[in-house]
Design a protein around this ligand. Structure first.
Ligand SMILES: [Zn+2]
Length: 443
């Protein structure tokens, strides 16, 4: 059978894989209201020290998690046995990074991202994005101030969690497929890149940051590669590592791993990360095929995805810069109402289901309120259009203030979702942290 979504979908899905740029700032309105998260009580520890101290327990944990993953996750790519982490490895860091199958060329240094509420940072402590990532950065990352930390420094859980939640966008999931041009990917067992252009840096992380767990029968049958997505597994793995770090008294790594997991949760609350074609049902998709309009439908969805992320970023950033904590969007992030209890089924059975359900309405809101060129012209390409920074001004002049109000409400709605699941995740991590603290009677 000839796949109806054609290779273009595979490419189109690659253009906007940043989701929300700057996850750390997005989380800040939520964690800044939680006093125990702001106490500077965590002792910073290097990855090497953590690994050296806990190598034996870690080996058991990772083997157990791998066995569980093979049994539990449909379409999971088993980790080759040659990557098994052992406590007697010559290079524990390399062995660990390969065992959890992240990009091993990143330094994973000690640092944190500053917030709009940070006091002045001494220039000597500032780290640039290019010390944290091999990526070129982008509008958002280049303007962020990062601070170097040293082993033994004290830092607040809120800062470690927030900083960690942006880290998976630094390249951790880039170059992991065998057709990506890296030295290590051929050992990793993920096979060829299921979608996205394998020659583009950013696009190779898409299958780790998008989770298509609720595809219709037609798509599953015609495009089975879309089933090879891994954020649910990443969340589970980083949750297990976080829990292990807390249990063994390494609270800094407990929160940092929790930050890593939170990244994927944030991505998946965005409907365009939970379904390849939100708002297009099976019948419409078939009809598009019949009319030869499939590529157009895909281009439109890709543009709406990018337009939404740019608009959301600009609105959040403006409120943050002005510290408008009571603005509807930031207040939504901080609201944390109707928070579920997080467990291993949450990502698949609750979070992504809700995101898929929200997709059609969101897609409609964008269609009715964004400039038509951005969201209804299949000949237009949003990514690289150069219109990102001015998007709010353009919407206001083309569609009026009423459109801004409707779009803001849609973004606030999404922020409510983010807040619920982020808080569920924080509660889960905090319970592991606190049970460790009471056991060890640390401050
Ligand atoms: Zn992401």
């Amino acid at each position: 059978m000839r796949p109806w979504l054609a290779p273009l979908l595979l490419y189109a899905l690659s253009s906007s894989v940043w989701a929300w740029s700057d996850h750390a700032s997005l989380l800040w309105p939520l964690v800044r209201t939680q006093p125990e998260m702001l106490e500077t009580t965590l002792k910073v520890e290097s990855l090497d020290d953590f690994l050296r101290t806990e190598a034996t327990g870690l080996a058991a944990l990772l083997s157990g998690h791998e066995a569980m993953s093979r049994e539990t996750f449909p379409h999971y790519a088993p980790r080759p046995d040659s990557l098994t982490f052992t406590a007697d490895a010559d290079d524990l860091r390399e062995a660990f990074l390969r065992a959890i199958r992240v990009n091993p060329t990143l330094a994973y240094p000690l640092y944190r991202q500053t917030t709009v509420e940070d006091p002045f940072v001494a220039p000597g402590l500032v780290k640039n994005f290019n010390e944290l990532s091999f990526l070129a950065g982008g509008v958002s990352h280049d303007s962020i101030v990062y601070v170097a930390l040293s082993a033994g420094d004290l830092v607040a859980p809120a800062h470690v969690l927030a900083s960690g939640s942006d880290e998976p966008d630094f390249g951790l999931d880039i170059g992991l497929f065998e057709d990506n041009d890296t030295d290590f990917a051929s050992d990793y067992g993920f096979g060829t890149q299921p979608f996205g252009n394998p020659n583009l840096d950013y696009s190779s992380q898409a299958p780790f940051h998008m989770g298509f767990y609720h595809l219709d029968w037609l798509t599953r049958k015609a495009q089975p590669d879309l089933l090879r997505t891994y954020p649910e597994w990443r969340v589970s793995l980083f949750r297990a590592l976080s829990q292990f770090a807390f249990e063994t008294g390494h609270d800094y790594w407990g929160w940092r791993f929790a930050g890593w997991g939170l990244h994927y949760i944030g991505d998946l609350t965005q409907p365009y990360h939970a379904h390849p074609l939100p708002g297009v049902n099976t019948v419409e998709a078939l009809w598009a095929v019949v009319r030869g309009k499939t590529n157009e439908a895909i281009q439109l969805v890709s543009n709406r995805h990018g337009v939404l992320e740019s608009y959301q970023y600009q609105r959040v950033q403006k409120s943050l810069d002005q510290k408008e904590w009571s603005s509807p969007i930031l207040a939504a992030v901080a609201s944390a109402v109707d928070v579920p209890v997080f467990d291993e089924l949450t990502v698949r059975e609750v979070l992504t289901k809700e995101s898929v359900d929200a997709g059609a309405e969101l897609d409609g809101v964008l269609q009715s309120n964004m400039p038509p060129r951005y969201v209804s012209d299949p000949a237009f390409e949003w990514t690289g259009s150069g219109e990102e920074a001015a998007i709010v001004v353009t919407v206001a002049s083309d569609r009026g203030e009423q459109a801004i109000a409707v779009l803001d409400a849609a973004v606030a709605e999404q922020m409510l979702q983010f807040s619920r699941f982020a808080q569920a995740w924080i509660n889960d991590a905090r319970s592991n942290w606190l049970s460790d603290a009471s056991a060890e009677s640390t401050p």
